[in-house]
Design a protein around this ligand. Structure first.
Ligand code: SF4
Ligand code: SF4
Length: 268
């Protein structure tokens, strides 16, 4: 039997600072109505063929992405709504309690557990202090099973909303002319639409996607961005529409607001 992992939150408040908090559509609407800032982190997964049904990683990626096209290359777009703030969360109170406790996002409810079924919980990668994982703390995880059934349900709901929100996210991108993504695993194209425009688009898309059987907007052609010339060359060879020069995207703005590129690797 696996050694149990023990944990209890010390309420140190570290996980409420300097965050990029993934949100569902409903949570993003609440965050924006509270006056917070929400960005869209976009990445594109090349999807030339449907993977085998027993490829569980691919099924997971498909469940979190909507179909699109980049030139001749079929892709799937992962568009993540992200509450973004440096320093303390706008809801964090002086006593380090959450001022929006009842409506806090699922990501906050889940931490430090992992929502991604393919990522194992590693205390060393979490912000919680060592004493939070002490031997005197209650059992948190045994093998892959969380001791708290309520937390397991919240994680399951988070994954369900990842899937249910795809149609609305596709519609929001179309409505705001957001059609540039980073190549997945190389970085993010980060779009910062004006808050009011994003709120209107999310509210309309939420209604429309839940009334529509298909759920997706008309496919939009996406441009792919990379800061690595080798990547741009390969994407060009396989027929993708590549944003030609990295410097071209630095000043893009308009209805979709400003866009930045957050690379995971140094430019070549
Ligand atoms: S919403 Fe609450 S729990 Fe989540 S980061 Fe902000 S203060 Fe922390
Ligand atoms: S970092 Fe960990 S211990 Fe500190 S408040 Fe967040 S969940 Fe609790």
């Amino acid at each position: 039997m696996s050694h149990p992992l023990r944990f209890a939150c010390t309420q140190c408040g570290k996980c409420c600072h300097d965050l990029r908090l993934p949100l569902s559509v409903d949570e993003a609407i609440i965050w924006l109505r509270d006056g917070g800032e929400v960005k869209l982190f976009c990445e594109a997964i090349p999807w030339p063929d449907e993977p085998a049904p027993d490829n569980l990683q691919a099924r997971h990626k498909k469940g979190r992405s909507f179909p699109a096209q980049s030139g001749e290359l079929p892709v799937r777009i992962v568009a993540t709504l992200v509450a973004s703030f440096d320093g303390p969360c706008p809801h964090l109170q002086a006593d380090l309690r959450c001022g929006a406790y009842e409506r806090r996002p699922r990501t906050c409810r889940i931490y430090p557990a992992e929502a991604n079924p393919f990522i194992a919980l590693n205390p060393a990668g979490k912000l919680c202090p060592p004493e939070a994982w002490g031997a005197d703390k209650p059992v948190f995880l045994i093998g892959e099973t969380l001791a708290d059934a309520g937390l397991a349900r919240t994680i399951a709901q988070s994954r369900e909303w990842d899937v249910k929100d795809l149609g609305a996210k596709a519609q929001v991108c179309a409505a705001l002319s957001i059609s540039t993504a980073a190549l997945a695993n190389e970085g993010y194209a980060i779009h910062s639409p004006p808050g009011e425009k994003l709120l209107d688009a999310l509210t309309a898309a939420r209604v429309a996607s839940r009334e529509s059987a298909a759920g997706y907007a008309e496919p939009v052609e996406w441009g792919l961005v990379s800061n690595r010339s080798a990547t741009r060359a390969v994407l060009g060879e396989i027929g993708a529409r590549v944003v030609p020069e990295f410097s071209d995207i630095s000043g893009i703005s308009g209805i979709s607001g400003a866009m930045e590129y957050l690379p995971f690797y140094a430019a070549d």
